[in-house]
Design a protein around this ligand. Structure first.
Ligand code: SAM
Length: 302
């Protein structure tokens, strides 16, 4: 598309995709790759399997349903994978609809290996800003460059630690606070300390023109020992070396819904299961459920 551009900004923020929380971006990419090849896929991401194959640590992970030995019964690539597929579809639809409604700027916090700038049909003039650590973004650039991938929107990548000042680098990348913005924190906030989450909400509010929207995923409260013992956490740790319980921030979670309401935003809180019923597939509740405390928040500023 004639307006497509790809401008990378980098600074020294360390940490690659093959370590720590960067690994979770590969885990979600593998789940999206598997989802893409399901006959009843809710979302398709043709780039996802290339990320998984390109990183040493994940090169042997499954990228297709037939490579998952236990199939749908697998706690990681089955149920949690379905969750990521559902989440991808819900957010895809949300962002496409907000762009149709007039939003012309999208900010992806903790963008990881999200390829929405390349996958979704954006209106002309839309800008996508992707914020993550430089190691993750460098890996993403390398893989996408190797595929000669062309974004369908103007795309800026911003290397920043979201526990530090991300507002200034975002402004330097050309973010325009006068333009209605769609902000997304997908699979991110549970890794941030509460003060960083509160700061993020405050900055989003300050930088949001009327008509802006925010979608984010939160976990309510602290999971019980029974939930923390659920197979998905053990399997992720033992099989692919992703210790989610160690990566989640251990502090009590802030009330970001209340915070947004106090700042005058209209909020809707949904469970993932609401969307399982809506789309006809996805995870359903189980006892001692690691997904039971997950909430997807959709908020708007008028
Ligand atoms: N949003 C993407 C998606 O859903 O596919 C990636 C989700 S992945 C689970 C979490 C991402 O958040 C990783 O890419 C990680 O590098 C990023 N992240 C976590 N903490 C961060 C921080 N303090 N600053 C910047 N990025 C961070």
């Amino acid at each position: 598309m004639p307006y497509a551009r790809d401008e990378g900004l980098t600074s020294a923020v360390g940490v690659g995709v093959e370590e720590g929380v960067g690994l979770t971006a590969l885990m979600v990419a593998a789940a999206r790759a598997i989802e893409t090849h399901r006959p009843d896929a809710l979302a398709g991401d043709p780039y996802a399997e290339h990320f998984v194959r390109a990183a040493t640590v994940s090169a042997g992970w499954p990228v297709r349903p037939e490579q998952v030995p236990d199939g749908e019964a697998d706690p990681l690539w089955g149920r949690l994978g379905r969750y990521f597929g559902l989440r991808t579809r819900v957010i895809d639809d949300f962002l496409v609809n907000t762009a149709r409604a007039g939003v012309r700027q999208v900010v992806l916090f903790g963008a990881g290996l999200d390829t929405r700038a390349f996958r979704l049909d954006w209106p002309p003039g839309l800008v996508v800003h992707e914020i993550d650590r430089d190691g993750v973004l460098a890996f993403k650039h390398r893989v996408l460059d190797g595929l000669a991938a062309v974004p369908k929107a103007t795309r800026h990548t911003i290397a920043a630690d979201l526990r530090d000042d991300w507002v200034r680098p975002l402004a330097e990348a050309g973010f325009d606070p006068a333009v209605p913005t769609a902000w997304l924190a997908e699979g991110l906030l549970l890794y941030l300390p509460p003060w960083a989450e509160r700061g993020l909400v405050e900055s989003v509010n300050r930088l949001s023109a009327p008509g802006s929207v925010l979608a984010c995923e939160v976990k309510l409260g602290v999971e019980s020992p029974q939930v923390r013992a659920s197979p998905v956490y053990t399997v992720a740790r033992q099989r692919i070396g992703v210790d989610l319980l160690a990566l989640f921030d251990g502090e009590p979670r802030p009330d970001s819904v209340g915070h947004l309401k106090d700042l005058g935003w209209a909020t809707t809180v949904r469970t993932p299961f609401d969307f399982t019923y809506h789309y006809g597939r996805g995870p359903l509740p189980v006892p001692n459920d690691s997904l039971a405390s997950n909430r997807w928040i959709f908020a708007g500023k008028s």
